[in-house]
Design a binder for this molecule. Sequence first.
Ligand SMILES: [Zn+2]
Length: 298
Amino acid sequence: MKYAGVSKHIVAGMALCLPLLLGSPLSHAASPESREPAKLLFGHEKLPSPGPSQPIGFYSRGCMQGGLALPLTGPTWQIMHPERNRNWGTSWLIDFLKRVSARAARYSGWPGLLIGDMAQPRGGPMLNLHGSHQIGMEADIWFTPMPHHVMSAHERATKRALDMVASNGMHVSRNWTNAQMQALRAVAIDPEVDRIFVNPAIKKAICATATGNRAWLNKIHPYYGHKTHFHVRLFCPPGAPACKPQAPYFKGEMCGKHLAYWFSAAVMHPKPNPHYRPRPPLTLAQLPAPCAAVLRQR
Ligand SMILES: [Zn+2]
């Protein structure tokens, strides 16, 4: 039911566009561009492809048809780094951010949320910074409160985010307050959220202090980095047949042994691995076949 507002539009889109896109298996595989790093192709696209919003593929191996822009300023949000042109997402992500930013403002007492990178106009791999964010179903949200004034483009490009984690990585810093936790909770309780990544020290603080209904804690995954922002990943929605879901992972609050692992010597002080080789960048041929059509459509 929660998707009722967009279902008609999506069903129409599937009829018009998806057969066209999904019915072209690997037709791009022989083209010379198919072996180029896909980030070079998607990273320079300035505008979305036509057609209704559709996430295509997996969060870290895919693209997006019919991207929509979240306005740079809304009643309860402001986009950071607008110069990156990464304020794009599927209709689900756009609706979600509008909805949860309003709730986060109420829960935290802040004027709203600062939104970081979402996706590129046509999704796909990015030139820098992210391995995922490819299908228009993910966003980074800052732990720094939104100011009361509308920020200039310069301020959005240069403002420093507050670090929520102490320098030893073992616990939160003095920047972490109940307001940050309430903003995070406001986002995590939304039923469209699959998982949220935060620094392990932040998960530890939440495990120690969250009161009331703690069911949302199982959405909060400890991960490297994520000291100044949290990363939200939405479920593949009904009406998005080309979206590849991620297997469920957490059971319960996961505040015990699993969390303790993140503070073990193996994670905190890893030994260098002499056999480590960075993975070569994804090529267009390695993305789902419809992504070639997403790039071509004007
Ligand atoms: Zn992210």
